[in-house]
Design a protein around this ligand. Structure first.
Ligand code: PMP
Length: 366
């Protein structure tokens, strides 16, 4: 068996020890006589799995007691709808648009707003600048009465990341953040947010699962039209098990959380993320062959888009990379070029192999 270095933006590489453990437990989980996919979500075995997963997730992010953790389905995209259904009723919400994903969230909120008796406002956008940077404070047009302010703290396609609390918009409205593509890559001050959500298929586990961290006081505000299963209050009251949850995805997520804790938690994880990102940006910055168009202070550690200045070499670059065991480097079709996603499961050796390949390719073709 040969495993490649997989730079996919998601579904993305998972830690090899997690996959090995899952394989070992596939037919018989801890003497249960069946695998996790085959057991009742209400039985004591699965209950212990989900309780441990939540406890480890809470420990990693130091989630305060007044926040609930929900294991939901429908991916992050379902949250684009579920958030306005739960939080918008009768008011207006502000949206910051800094890339494809926050634009989609804004567009879904606009689509639903009238039916919810509310409104969604654009409070700032970098679209005219090609989504190549974060918003500056002086560009924001904030509504002091907004029900919430939505932002995406890591734009997976454009490679723009907001990491510092000081970069958050100055508003008293609860912040609602899509952290899908950088959650668990560094410590976060959860108290700065009313709600955080993340699709699993990058730094957490299998796709379909989405984790929501929501402050207690934001529960119970859903519009009357909200389907029962979309109501955060109902899901929180039922321990995310109003219906059958994505059991296997939660189990894998739990193994990933254990793996992260065993590494020393998110401070250690962040140090690795910095080392990996510096290695790749260092290569890009020292070369006239490659280009990254994101403003330096907005650069993502997780998703690094780059261009070959001569795009006629793109196909040869990708073919050679694949041969070298470096896969899924093609950029998103909406922006072209390349993209390397350096999530937690990507080892430093993978980034080193990529950088070695890039230097070699530019020397041969420059
Ligand atoms: N938000 C961000 C930041 C994403 O990267 C993605 C998926 N790439 C989504 C939302 C949508 O996630 P899903 O496909 O799980 O609905």
């Amino acid at each position: 068996m040969t495993r490649v270095f997989n730079f996919s933006a998601g579904p993305a590489a998972l830690p090899e020890p997690v996959l090995r453990q899952a394989a070992e437990e596939m037919l018989d989980w801890h003497g249960a006589g069946c695998g996790v996919m085959e057991m009742s979500h209400r039985g004591k075995e699965f209950t212990s799995i989900v309780e441990r997963a939540e406890a480890d997730f809470r420990a990693l992010l130091a989630i305060p007691d007044e926040y609930r953790v929900l294991f939901l389905q429908g991916g992050a995209t379902q949250q684009f709808a579920q958030i306005p259904m739960n939080l918008l009723v009768g008011g207006s919400a502000d949206y910051l648009v800094t890339g494809t994903w926050s634009k989609k969230a804004y567009s879904e909120a606009k689509h639903l707003a009238a039916a919810l008796g509310g409104a969604a406002r654009l409070a700032g956008s970098t679209e005219a600048d090609g989504f190549a940077r974060l918003l500056r404070a002086d560009e924001l047009d904030l509504d002091p009465n907004a029900r919430y302010l939505h932002l995406c703290t890591n734009e997976t396609i454009h490679g723009v990341e907001l990491r510092e609390s000081s970069q958050l918009p100055p508003t008293d409205a609860p912040l609602v953040a899509d952290m899908s593509s950088h959650i668990l890559s560094r410590p976060v001050d959860v108290r700065r947010y009313g709600l955080i959500y993340a699709g699993a298929q990058k730094n957490i586990g299998p796709s379909g699962l989405v984790i929501v961290i929501v402050r207690e006081d934001l529960l119970g505000r859903a519009a009357p039209v909200t389907p029962t299963i979309m109501d955060y209050r109902v899901m929180a009251d039922n321990g995310s098990m109003l219906n059958t949850p994505a059991t296997y995805a939660i189990y894998i997520a739990g193994l990933v959380f254990q793996w992260l804790r065993a590494q020393g938690g998110l401070a250690a994880v962040e140090a690795n993320a910095i080392a990996k990102a510096q290695l790749l940006y260092g290569c890009l910055d020292s070369s006239a062959f490659y280009d990254n168009r994101v403003e330096r202070s907005s650069r993502s550690r997780m998703n690094i888009p780059f261009l070959l200045r001569d795009d006629s070499l793109d196909e040869a670059f990708l073919a050679g990379a694949k041969e070298a065991g470096l896969t899924q480097l093609k950029g998103h079709k909406s922006v072209g070029g390349m993209r390397a996603s350096l999530y937690n499961a990507m080892p430093l050796a993978g980034v080193q192999a990529l950088v070695d390949y890039m230097r070699d390719f530019s020397a041969r073709n420059g």
